[in-house]
Design a protein around this ligand. Sequence first.
Ligand SMILES: [Zn+2]
Length: 361
Amino acid sequence: MIRKAIFPGCYIQGKGVLSNFGGIEELEKKRIFILATPTAVKKIIPEHLSSWKRICDVTYEAFGGACTWDEIERVRGIVEKDAYDVIIGMGGGKAIDTARVVARQLSVNYIAAPTIAATDAPTASACVVYNNEGSVVDYFTTSNPDYVLVDTRVIAEAPVRFLVSGMGDALSTWFEAEACDRSHFKNVSGGYNLRAVMSLAHTCYQTLLTYGKAAKIACENNIVSPALEYIVEANTLLSGVGFESGGLSSAHGIHDCLCNLEGSHAYYHGEKVAFGTLAGLFLEARPQAMIDEVYGFCRSVGLPTTLAGIGLGGVTDPELHAAIQPVFDNKESYLHHVRFDLTPEGIIEALRMADGVGRMG
Ligand SMILES: [Zn+2]
């Protein structure tokens, strides 16, 4: 049995670390290209540009808004004109993915600098490429970032819904890693789970339970408290390494099903993954004490616990069936990483149970 885990080269997190690029000595006097979301161009770059220019030669470009092959080509064209030493993706997951693909295509060092903690994508090697209509056209892995640079002051000033959504994505980590480990499914990196990663995934879950609510309150008040810092680490590093090297299972599989329903489109990845995690509790016959614990956590931070909470209040069983079937038919789907034979009807029952318990309050 081959066990495998993959990690970013270096993870730096702290209040204000963006002001000097985390003190990364490798960047001194180098040529740096930043692909930044419009929000980062407006708020973060003007604040830091002069201090960055004392360290290195910085050029930046506004991200076009979607990680499409057209956008990757556009950014690559700009980067290729000059010989840059390092590419930084700054913003949310899509800007980070676009910069990651360009950096790897050109064999240039890559830094992920997330400005929100909404998903675990920044630490990962996986890239998701969309078409202009917003559907996924490619999903592949490259390599993990050379550095991940997370400024907790920037995260604390971002809308709280991003942080809570990140907690929803992180919530699935332990359950999915445990399901893969128990059932001997390979993780996303292509090997079986190391004990190191199982430990890290469990720490992710415990951190959410212990510090989630306090971190939400800190973010609502733009305070970089220790609880906020622990949750940013859980959402970004523990969840990121946890999903790639611990594996995905029913929570992300159910997320993929829910994405096939129009009503859920206004809801974030982590919000739908959180509801997928709740449904997974029933699919896997988890004990009542654990069910109470997970629902208690979701309620304490404001993650959805009902179908209505993800825009699917009136969804019918035939609609759910139609959304589940294509994911179910894909034998490669993470949906199948559970310990027993699954049916679309069983998934619908688990979703209805999750909703029923959620509606009880
Ligand atoms: Zn996820």
